[in-house]
Design a protein. Structure first.
Length: 158
């Protein structure tokens, strides 16, 4: 059996309100499932659950979260930059990956341009799902798409 590539999933987390942060946490979970469905990888990220137990506004909790996230990233062979917006946290993760020889992949022209401006080499992969915004990737939460949502929940979330 071929070993799966351990891959860090980077996606936006921070937002002005708690409901938006929770939406972004769900988005990370969706990106992880989509990535594993499309590529032979083992997806890794903490920001789909860690913010539920640590307070980002508490300096001690934030420091602990950043330390653990950095350890996880550095244990991976690749990083997938998901979505269309490069957040401050994702920018730091991309720089950390580049410094440590971790291969950087992205899925949208917008993300590729943002990383080019940061002088970070990035391979653009063809995947509409992972190049979507969190809102687009989470379409199965939309009431108008109930049938498709149920299919996607079974497919990506289990």
């Amino acid at each position: 059996m071929r070993r799966k590539l351990k891959t860090y999933i980077a996606s936006p987390l921070g937002a002005p309100s708690q409901p938006e942060i929770e939406r972004n946490m769900k988005g990370c979970s969706v990106y992880k499932k989509m990535a594993e469905a499309e590529f032979p990888i083992e997806s890794m990220a903490y920001h789909d659950w860690l913010p539920a137990i640590l307070d980002d506004n508490n300096p001690e909790d934030r420091s602990r979260a950043l330390t653990e996230t950095q350890k996880l990233l550095n244990s991976c062979s690749a990083i997938f930059m998901c979505g269309v917006r490069l957040s401050e946290g994702m920018r730091a993760e991309a720089h950390e990956a580049a410094r440590n020889g971790i291969e950087v992949f992205c899925f949208s022209e917008a993300m590729k341009r943002a990383l080019d401006q940061e002088q970070i080499e990035c391979t653009l992969l063809d995947s509409m799902l992972l190049g979507a915004s969190v809102s687009e990737a989470s379409l199965f939460f939309n009431e108008e798409m109930a049938g498709e949502r149920e299919q996607n929940i079974k497919r990506y979330v289990g």
